[in-house]
Write a protein that binds this ligand. Sequence first.
Ligand code: NAP
Ligand code: F7E
Length: 341
Amino acid sequence: MARRALITGITGQDGSYLAEHLLDQGYDVWGLVRGQANPRVSRVRRLLQDVQLVRGDLLDQGSLISAVERVQPDEVYNLGAISFVPMSWEQAELTAEVTGMGVLRMLEAIRVCSGITASRTPGSGQIRFYQASSSEMFGQVRETPQNERTPFHPRSPYGVAKAYGHFLTQNYRESYGMFAVSGILFNHESPRRGAEFVTRKVTLGAARIKLGLATELRLGNLSARRDWGYAGDYVRAMRLMLQAPVPEDYVIGTGRTQSVRELVIAAFEAAQLDWERYVVADQALHRPAEVDLLCADPKKARVQLGWEPTVSFEELVAMMVEADLRLLSEGADPEQDSSWP
Ligand code: NAP
Ligand code: F7E
């Protein structure tokens, strides 16, 4: 019988790629969707016709229990979150509730539906659980590159909420023997990335300028460095973690780091533009506390899971610029639901 997966955050970037990957692998895929008239649900329905939808919200414990009871999943991927770091300062409590406490509610839904009441043999739980942890937990980094043993020093309410979810996932594994793992994923991007994140903001900005739709691009801290990979590669790692014989946490990244300035140069080069004529550095876009440098050491995932990224930074940026040029040339509005290639 096909394995059955439940994905929270199905309307987001990773949810879409993970759903496609799991469908390819022969899974029955269910997505948790929230809200009464969420416009992003129609995008999922159009792109992912074989995914079944179930209503629920990470803020609502009962809805998660009902969803798990209805779907009877073998695997749960908890990707739902408030994921835009600047928003986590503006709505810190909501971020704690969704991105942090949402993990507790999802784990509790699995625990209750599995009838787990006391400690069990490690890994004996029926439902395998993946938590979308983040390199933002490393924050002000203690060492470079960062691996599974690097201590956390989060720099935003988002990073703090993710650290809570991360430790809770470990705790449910240790307390109840649940097969619960965290993927500590570094930044990963794609043509489906939200327009507010810096890679997409830059590739859309370059495409708009190229097509005469804009005359400048305002950005914040150009010196921040990130380890950027391709989302399609990273969702493969999520599934592999849940197929491992033993539940463990893994760092997923490329092992390379680039600055926002290097990202801008690559994107404008791909659009055949001179970036210095168009990019405006805007102090107002700097964050209250910045994460200056992230760079993954993905050796454990390579050795134990056989996972490797396949798309380089340069290929990723070129792919995104090309997709945005096409999208805008077709007259699509990237801020609207029609914008998923
Ligand atoms: P994304 O595009 O921002 O998607 C976030 C998803 O969370 C959306 O589907 C959203 O659904 C859902 N969501 C928000 N509030 C919810 C709630 N109250 N209940 C249920 N669902 C809710 O994020 P992403 O880039 O795909 O990332 C997926 C996950 O990985 C997130 O947890 C993110 O924090 C984490 N992560 C991402 C990266 C990265 O570089 N992309 C790196 C490390 C970790 P609606 O349509 O209902 O708003
Ligand atoms: O910023 C700098 C900004 O918003 C990257 C999320 O998926 O990855 C993501 O978080 C860097 C920061 O991503 C602008 O200051 C400069 O240093 O694309 P971002 P993020 O904050 O790294 C992690 C792993 C997650 O888990 C998160 O969910 O770029 N930057 N100028 C800018 N950033 C933005 N957004 N906009 C600018 O204008």
